[in-house]
Ligand binder design. Sequence first.
Ligand SMILES: C[S@@+](CC[C@H](N)C(=O)[O-])C[C@H]1O[C@@H](n2cnc3c(N)ncnc32)[C@H](O)[C@@H]1O
Length: 314
Amino acid sequence: MQVTDGAFDAPYHAPVLVAEVLERLGHARSVLDGTLGGGGHTAALIAEGAEVTALDRDPEAIAAARERLPDAERAGKFHPVQSNFADIDVVPALDNLTFDGILLDLGVSSHQIDDAKRGFTFREGAPLDMRMGADAEMDAAEWLAVSEVPAMAQAFKEYADEPKAMRLARTIEKRRSRAPLLVSDDLVGAIREALGPRSGSGDFARLFQAVRIAVNGELTALERALPVLRDRLAEGGVMVVIAYHSGEDRIVKHAFRAWSVDCICPPRHPVCTCGNNHSLGEVLTRRAVTAAEGEATRNPRARSARLRAWRRRG
Ligand SMILES: C[S@@+](CC[C@H](N)C(=O)[O-])C[C@H]1O[C@@H](n2cnc3c(N)ncnc32)[C@H](O)[C@@H]1O
């Protein structure tokens, strides 16, 4: 199918790289969409003839996509399930299912960002919540209240590349001893104090994202999920992952590479001892696929998207 850019956009969310996803998954008859969101990619895959089982941690995403795709659900082409994609092995409805295609479009949807009460942005007065779903152990306010300084500093460094990570963690510790951080302004105040008066919206966005990643255990879930999902691919099946954060993209790149080599012994090891005598499949994207200029201009979310694909041996 020839896809016009924007054809599957919805007010809930505008999916990125739809043509690039269909190029790799358009042939698949049974697909697992691990990140349903507003159902844009799922709708495109169903239009290509696939039957899609779709997961999301967020009940609001499940409800919105069911409202969008009632005919497909009635026709048995769309099976929404509220779950973390890392927990697929403990969802009874998904027992023993394998798929020709698996898609992960990571991060948050535009709806989650736009809805101030979800607390994903630094819009004034927004509660520090940031949970994608009820399976998150705590919300952002609690994370900022109970995390040890080194753990906070590590999150700011690893997830936001923040050079003043330790200073920010100490500032939060000092401020929370006076009053809990409950709304976005409290975290913005701490960031301003630690980074200085020249800090601005780019810093707030980066550091709020770091808190979100920590609260939802996003990188841990991805690392845990990838091999589990790989084992749900049918022979010759393809996995596509779209990442928006360099840490996520690195995890995907390394996993796909590691699954594709014949030997995983350390370099210069004189004799092979790993016993990994053949690769599990092949990387389909030598470099991450990015959005074309037109899409990136129309949909700014697409600018940071990095798509990678891997095929299981046939
Ligand atoms: C970028 S949006 C997906 C948009 C979707 N592809 C579309 O076309 O509308 C990411 C979605 O994945 C969900 N999500 C993120 N991490 C998840 C996880 N570990 N398990 C299940 N859902 C997750 C979020 O709640 C969000 O709804």
